[in-house]
Design a protein around this ligand. Structure first.
Ligand SMILES: [Zn+2]
Ligand SMILES: [Zn+2]
Ligand SMILES: [Zn+2]
Length: 418
């Protein structure tokens, strides 16, 4: 069997005339080829990118195997840059059908496979795996791993059309590993090599930005807003920067004051924002009006109740002579009186009210004027009835004391008249 094979091969070998073309320095793009070819039968060497000193594997693969009985090919490479360290038969041919050379340092690696049975092998896959080491003397460039099919025949001894594709090993300073971080420019983003002594831009990672709209943020009274913008949803690059929209400021409106009455509290005026509702000037509570006293009195004539302690102020009410009114407070020469539910100021001399002398011992003196310097007219004991007809700024009452035939008029110190 073996002899038969060998004689057959020799015949065929003689017919073969193979021209080797080593296109050294030309990069062989195996992946591109694999994508475009569909049914073509091909035997291809894989490619790799390595650093000096790296160990790596190169495979010789067959695709669209048309049916092989016998195969011989040579693998050539640059021995000054690469060291072949091991060779392993693949899954296409059985180990007993394949012959691998014992010495690996020959100029070309020769692979032989012949089937022990009289049939064709139609398996696709890896024929051979070669392990190399890139030498330190290697240059930074691609090295062709050339394949040369010297014989490919079927069980009938016919030549098989088998395209052969060289591979290449690119020796580089760095076999880049992408950093996870994105780098960006105005149009694109990419990864640099993660190694700090390299940091090279990895071209295959360059992509155009994916534009995403950043929504606008409305400005409020107190906080600035932003216009809408654009960014890349992948790398975060700001394509169109958001512009600050200044805060609008509050829209201040007045809050009316509420008057306090004897029945309810009041409020001072305040301010608030009509947009956001924030209080700008707090309204202060004005307590309910409470009056200090409650003394019955009578008007001396036709009088006017004033809004303020001034005769030029607004008249709250006109009151006829002899009307009953109530004194609720006194302030120097002015009384605050209540009449028919209304409250207003009147001059102390415009009303009369009844009081009594209120001393614990002795008599209370009546003087000609409002002060101790004025001469004493007379004096009266505790509980003497007096009519108060006026009050002075320094706290004296003008009083009248009616007696049998006459009326005494003078001034008493208010502290002792109640
Ligand atoms: Zn790198
Ligand atoms: Zn981007
Ligand atoms: Zn506001």
């Amino acid at each position: 069997m073996y002899k038969l094979k060998k004689s057959g091969i020799r015949k065929l070998l003689a017919m073969l005339c193979v021209v080797f073309i080593f296109a050294s320095g030309i990069y062989v793009s195996v992946p591109t080829f694999a994508q475009t070819e569909t049914k073509e039968s091909a035997i291809s060497v894989s490619s790799d990118t390595v650093e000096k000193g790296d160990k790596f594997s190169i495979t010789v693969d067959i695709k669209n195997n048309p049916g092989i009985w016998g195969l011989k090919f040579k693998v050539g490479y640059d021995h000054s840059a690469l060291t072949l360290t091991s060779a392993k038969n693949g899954n296409v041919f059985d180990n007993e059908d394949a012959t691998l050379p014992s010495a690996l340092d020959k100029e070309e690696f020769i692979y032989l496979a012949y089937l022990n049975s009289l049939k064709n092998n139609t398996t696709d896959g890896t024929i051979l795996t070669l392990e190399f080491t890139a030498k330190n003397e290697a240059e930074f460039k691609p090295y062709i791993i050339a394949i040369n099919v010297e014989q490919a025949i079927n069980v009938n001894g016919d030549d098989i059309a088998l395209k052969s594709n060289n591979g290449a090993v690119s020796v580089v300073k760095c076999v880049h590993v992408s950093d996870t971080k994105w780098e960006s420019d105005a149009d694109t983003h990419w990864h640099n090599c993660k190694y700090s002594d390299c940091k090279e831009k990895i071209l295959k990672t360059v992509e155009k930005h994916t534009v995403e709209v950043i929504p606008a943020v409305s400005a409020t009274c107190t906080e600035d807003g932003l216009t809408s913008g654009k960014k890349c949803s992948v790398c975060g690059y700001i394509i169109e920067k958001q512009q600050v929209v200044k805060a609008t400021g509050h829209t201040s409106v007045k809050l009316k004051a509420v008057k306090a009455t004897t029945k309810r509290e009041g409020l001072t005026s305040g301010r608030k924002c009509s947009v956001c509702g924030e209080t700008l000037v707090v309204q202060q509570v004005i307590p309910k009006i409470t009056y200090k006293m409650k003394k019955a009195a009578k008007t001396n004539g036709k009088i006017k109740m004033y809004k303020k302690k001034k005769q030029s102020s607004k008249v709250v009410q006109n009151v006829k002579k002899g009307e009953k009114v109530t004194i609720v407070d006194m302030d120097k020469t002015w009384y605050l009186i209540k009449y028919k539910g209304k409250v207003g100021y009147v001059k102390s001399t415009s009303i009369t009210w009844n009081a009594k002398v209120n001393v614990t011992k002795g008599n209370l003196r009546i003087r000609t004027g409002a002060g101790l310097k004025y001469p004493i007219i007379s004096s009266r004991p505790n509980a003497t009835k007096v009519s108060v007809v006026g009050r002075t700024a320094n706290g004296w009452y003008k009083v009248q004391i009616k007696e049998k035939k006459k009326t005494i008029e003078g001034y008493m110190y208010s502290k002792y008249v109640k």
